[in-house]
Design a protein around this ligand. Structure first.
Ligand code: SIN
Length: 286
């Protein structure tokens, strides 16, 4: 018996959890059942919540240890290191660009995020959705021949691979970002540490090349994998309302924040990030 119900939101991934007030101190049994639902559906949607930062952090901690966002201190909440500010405006009014290509959180580090819990405070009147793709299915729907070519291969994940970063930063700035965040090799097919299933683990915002191949040689293979992963039937698209909290599994799902809303409209979200198991190795150590 659980004290919530589940309603699937799309066939590939995503389910709404109905009947829980996340401000409450939930029973261990409820958390266990939520974790099982999360592993099954990859993205859980909780609507109509009203959370302080402390309540958001406390709920998140029930699923594991939290990141303090040391790799992106610019976006860290000044009083709560566990909260990442996911907003299109800085307090100064400066426009920000976050997560606008498909990615899995912290894949450019050797401790990628297990999960992320994003809480919506302000949503634009139209647009600003987040899309998710199921990377188990991305892997499983490749042909056996293609899978065997990629099975033991590694891919380079680099913070400077992001389109916006490459467009806006000069060569010296890119070198400095790379010095502070050395590129990491991650398995192309990553084994999920709880389910034991393999999931494709490349995404356009962070993956630069396949190990042992140049960027030019890798590009057509990676491009195919990106397009294959985000085919509409493999996705869930969430339209945000204030009070929504989404919890996704970065080990087997990628996501993108869509930038299809007005220049002057605000989108204000807060994210906690669940630390994951070590994965990958630094490029220098390759
Ligand atoms: C993120 O990439 O973690 C944020 C996604 C979003 O803003 O929708």
């Amino acid at each position: 018996m659980t004290d919530f119900t589940i309603k699937k939101r799309a066939s590939a991934l995503g389910a709404e959890v109905i009947g829980l007030d996340l401000r409450r101190d939930l029973l261990d049994d409820t958390i266990r059942a939520l974790r099982a639902a999360w592993l099954e559906h990859l993205v859980l949607v909780f609507r109509g919540q009203d959370l302080t930062h402390e309540q958001h952090i406390a709920f998140s901690r029930r699923f594991g240890a939290l990141d303090t966002h040391d790799t992106i201190p610019k976006f860290r909440h000044p009083e709560h290191a566990e909260i990442l500010l996911v907003t299109n405006f800085e307090n100064t009014g400066k426009r920000l660009i976050v997560g606008r290509q498909w990615h899995s959180d912290l894949s450019t580090t050797t401790q990628p995020a297990m999960g992320s819990l994003l809480y919506c405070q302000e949503a634009p009147p139209a647009g600003g959705d987040t899309m998710f793709a199921n990377m188990y299915r991305s892997w499983e729907t490749l042909s056996p021949a293609f899978r065997s070519m990629l099975e033991d291969r590694w891919a380079l994940h680099d913070m400077t691979a992001a389109r916006e970063t490459r467009m806006r930063r000069g060569p010296e700035e890119l070198a400095e970002i790379r010095r502070r965040n050395p590129p990491v090799l991650q398995p192309v097919a990553r084994v999920h540490d709880e389910t034991g299933r393999q999931a494709l683990y490349v995404a356009e915002m962070t993956t630069l090349a396949l190990e042992g191949m140049s960027e030019e040689e890798s590009a057509p293979i990676l491009r195919f994998l990106y397009e294959h992963s985000v085919a509409p039937e493999n996705t869930y698209r969430h339209s945000w309302q204030p009070g929504d909290l989404l919890m996704w599994d970065n080990r087997c799902a990628i996501h993108i924040a869509l930038a299809d809303y007005g220049e002057s409209e605000r989108r204000v979200m807060y994210r906690t990030t669940l630390l994951g198991a070590p994965s990958g190795r630094l490029m220098e150590a390759a």
